[in-house]
Design a protein around this ligand. Structure first.
Ligand SMILES: [Zn+2]
Ligand SMILES: [Zn+2]
Length: 428
């Protein structure tokens, strides 16, 4: 049985599930709808992960057993007679060999005459069953002569009877074990499909999360502005400040370079430290500001209608999703049928404007297109015209939002350059 692939797939799935479970455990939900929805998701994920962990440990145990059985077969001693010199002996097989009859035989080496030989009979039940069948057919074929050890062999009726009994026993035994094998194999295939599906789902979810889609409605550790690098550089500078302080206190062991006086350096360090505190505070403010905006958006009650069961309800979003064009939408969960569906309008000003523009262009861009789509989209020329007016307002909102983003990006860049400069200064 092939356990290698199931072990690999199961291990991959456990790592991915662990990533999502950890994320859900360690992050704060943006509203109470998200909280309830995520508790359910967590339970599902943890249950599934546990199941696959059991499967994985089972598969590993079986794989080990298979290896051991395979090894044991070659470690056992077998009673054999060397056909070359007639010596009887107990020998371990040298190897297994498939013969032209497609059956598997052991290969032994005689200790006395050092010649290789193979016993008459194959080394496993399945092949032995076939071997008896072939032998009985040969005996019963009046045109066939059986040669054993260079002589024509005649079998007694009692011997043939015995062969038939042995063969029938083997058929039963092999069928039974094949049946068990098939059952295990069917179950394994079903499980493999399930794990593979889970892995496909994980790849999509993790990619979306890394691209910044807030699928689970969490207050993210890292916001849409990438502070990761800056935070790391801040740590480098903090480390350097500590080193230089030690040098000032202990000039004998680690003197300051270029004959810089301790007082001047102390003053410089003091200034850098104060500025760094201030800058880190500003960075923190940007984070809080974004969190604030986010919380406001995620806590607005929206009137929705379930696409599936048509129930009308008011709810905060339970998550975020992206469509084929990459626009981000809020997701809602129907209180009746628990179906999740996306909002009609993107949930941020830039996507909202782009989406609006996209619809106007692709559905109403030309007179011909418009004529076709008024009815399909359930709208009128007047409302499309209004939509074109509304685009201007959306454009303004998107511009404001982009400006805020630009401001933050620029201030991060300035902060980054300042950090690099101070690091360079303190290194000397
Ligand atoms: Zn021999
Ligand atoms: Zn519903």
């Amino acid at each position: 049985m092939e356990y290698e692939s199931i072990i690999t797939e199961a291990e991959e799935m456990i790592v991915s599930y662990h990533f999502i479970i950890e994320l859900l455990h360690s992050s704060e939900p943006l509203n109470e709808v998200v909280k309830v929805s995520n508790e359910f998701v967590l339970k599902e994920l943890e249950g599934m992960k546990k199941e696959v962990e059991i499967t994985l440990s089972d598969a590993k145990k079986r794989q080990k057993k298979d290896w051991e059985a395979q090894e044991a077969k070659h470690k056992l001693y077998y009673n054999v007679v060397c056909p070359h010199c007639g010596t009887k002996a107990q020998l371990k097989p040298e190897q297994e060999v498939k013969q032209p009859d497609y059956l598997m035989y052991f290969l032994f080496q005689c200790r006395k005459c050092k010649k290789d030989f193979m016993p008459d009979k194959p080394n496993n039940d399945g092949d032995l069953m076939v071997w008896y069948k072939n032998l009985i057919e040969d005996i019963e074929n009046p045109y066939k002569v059986i040669i054993r050890n260079g002589q024509i062999k005649e079998y007694k009726d009692s011997e043939v009877k015995n062969f038939k009994r042995l063969q029938a026993d083997l058929v039963k035994k092999v069928n039974h074990s094949n049946h068990l094998h098939m059952e295990v194999q069917d179950a394994t295939v079903a499980l493999m499909n399930m794990i593979q599906d889970a892995n496909k789902w994980c790849v999509i979810v993790i990619k979306e999360l890394k691209d910044g889609t807030n699928i689970y409605g969490l207050i993210p550790k890292k916001f849409s502005f990438d502070f990761g690098n800056v935070i790391e550089t801040e740590q480098v500078l903090i480390g350097l400040i500590e080193t230089v302080k030690k040098r000032i206190q202990n000039p004998a062991e680690m003197p300051l370079k270029d004959g810089t006086s301790a007082e001047t350096m102390e003053e410089e360090i003091q200034k850098i430290q104060e500025l760094l505190q201030e800058r880190m505070g500003n960075r923190e403010k940007f984070l809080l500001r974004e969190e604030e905006i986010m919380k406001l958006n995620w806590n607005e009650d929206i009137a929705c209608q379930c696409m599936k069961c048509k129930t009308e309800f008011t709810s905060k979003p339970c998550g975020e999703g992206s469509n084929e064009e990459g626009f981000l939408f809020f997701m809602f969960e129907c209180p009746e049928c628990k179906d999740r569906f996306a909002d009609q309008i993107p949930n941020n000003p830039v996507d909202h404007k782009n989406f609006h523009q996209h619809i106007l262009e692709t559905k109403f861009g030309t007179e011909e297109l418009a004529q076709k789509n008024y009815e399909i989209m359930g709208t009128t020329p007047e409302r499309v015209l209004e939509g074109r007016e509304q685009l201007k307002v959306l454009q303004q909102k998107a511009n404001d939002f982009n400006k805020f983003k630009e401001e933050v990006t620029e201030s991060i860049a300035i902060h980054d350059r300042w950090l690099a400069e101070k690091i360079e200064f303190l290194k000397h």
